[in-house]
Design a protein around this ligand. Structure first.
Ligand SMILES: [Zn+2]
Length: 205
């Protein structure tokens, strides 16, 4: 029987996607039919596949919102793998429950905390419903500690403030894993940094 809803979580660069791909490879060896789904907001992947930082890749179905997952899941699919769960709208919780009621097995990944150190999207509910949770740690990019549990957001190389906009992928900002001692969250972002953030958002549109 086994676990029905597994969740792999942790900060940026902790190896969530690598762990997901490792589990999927084993399921493929076991001749299971796996469907991999990711939100179309995730621009890290170049096409219709997810690529982990160690170069492994897998075909994925991109969906615009949580409900669309129900449209793409087929009867023959045994396992539904969902990457970047934190980016889905709140309906993702219902969608997961529907899939479980249909006998599907789910393996998901997601950032549990945003750069402000606050719960990200529907991750708190999903963590509660999951019957197996693995919290991975990353290497702190500042001090080298093996216990990086936060995602540091940097705009123009400086720690982004509490008031900087939440979702912006790629462009002039970077994210890195940090331990609790090295993670920084200034009260405000300077006007110059806000302008850079605004420019990188406009470029995307
Ligand atoms: Zn550190």
């Amino acid at each position: 029987m086994g676990y029905r809803f597994e969740l792999i979580t942790g900060p940026m660069s902790c190896g969530k996607t690598e762990e997901l791909l490792r589990r999927i490879r084993r399921l493929i060896i076991a001749k299971k039919k796996v469907k991999v789904i990711s939100p179309s907001i995730d621009t890290r992947a170049k096409g219709d596949y997810i690529e982990s930082r160690n170069g492994l890749w897998l075909d994925t179905v991109k969906v615009k919102n949580a409900m669309e997952i129900l449209d793409v899941v087929e009867k023959a699919d045994d396992i539904i793998a969902i990457d970047e769960l934190q980016f889905f709208d709140e309906k993702i919780v219902e969608v997961v429950k529907v899939l479980l009621s249909k006998g599907k097995r789910i393996i998901g990944t997601g950032l549990e905390l945003d750069f402000k150190g606050e719960p990200f999207g529907s991750m708190p509910q999903l963590l509660a419903y999951a019957d197996k949770v693995d919290k991975l740690t990353a290497i702190c990019m500042k001090c080298g500690s093996e216990y990086a549990v936060r995602t540091q957001r940097l705009i123009d190389g400086k720690p982004a403030g509490k008031d900087s906009p939440l979702i912006m992928i790629g462009a002039d900002e970077t994210y890195e894993a940090r331990c609790l001692d090295c993670w920084e969250l200034p009260e405000t972002t300077s006007q110059a940094e806000k302008n850079i953030a605004f420019m990188s958002v406009s470029k995307k549109r």
